[in-house]
Design a protein around this ligand. Sequence first.
Ligand code: BTN
Length: 284
Amino acid sequence: MPRAVPEEPPVHPQRAAMLIPSLSPDAIQKALTSQRLGKNIHWFETVNSTNVQAHALARQGAPEGDLVIAEEQTHGKGRLGRNWSSPSRLNLYLSLILRPNLPPAHAPQITLMAAVAVADTVQSFGPFPLEIKWPNDVLVGGRKIAGVLTESSSDGTRVFFVILGIGVNLNFPREQMPEEIRDKATSLIELMQKPVDRNAFAGRLIHNLDQCYGSLEASGFDEIARRWDGYFRLRGERVRVVMPEGDASGRAVGIDVDGALILEGEGGRRERILAGDVIPQEKS
Ligand code: BTN
């Protein structure tokens, strides 16, 4: 008679997170099949912010594709002046130096391109109910798992460089999340009930970024916009957008060629939103 194999009990996320190996530039590079991005890795145990470090390197002339990655950030930066919780050795905090051949007005396309690459990477770990909240929050089941912060240096006509900063909650047990994000955030360890190999995740992510960036450069924004749209769940929904200069409301129509959100208000009047927090409204 066949013996029943006892099912392995799920590892408690907090305990599992203690078994997580370090980030290793060698291991990331081994997992990398990319041509351009991540060839040169600047690894730090602790930094203020990988975006700040990458910015300094770019100003000193570091080439496109250089990657800054850290085990911990003491001043991780989020969008709209927020901070990004960056405890040591649990998650992924990285910034890439890009030197795209884009007019400054189209630089936001980089942010949307990155959101697609992040979403594809997270999705490759399981059939999670994933969505992108405009412009670049990656959510699973309504909770944020990753964010993208791009900062660019340009004059009126030319982009000198873009710092593409990405934070992904990988082995961040709910118990260790700061209280203010505990009900709004999630992480892969929470979704999978087992730790994620951060080096493998980083390798896959950089590979996907390389592909998406290549596609943006070679074929323009249409293909990326189409893929972004595949993760956009608020099309046609009523939303409110909270902005420093005041709120806007309307139906979310989609994104414009520069990545702006298009809202349709009363009487069909359309408005382009460049930055803000999108809040879905109750369906009537
Ligand atoms: C957001 O608010 O959603 C954007 C979060 C971006 C966080 C990442 S972590 C790596 C990089 N360095 C930073 O200081 N911020 C970005």
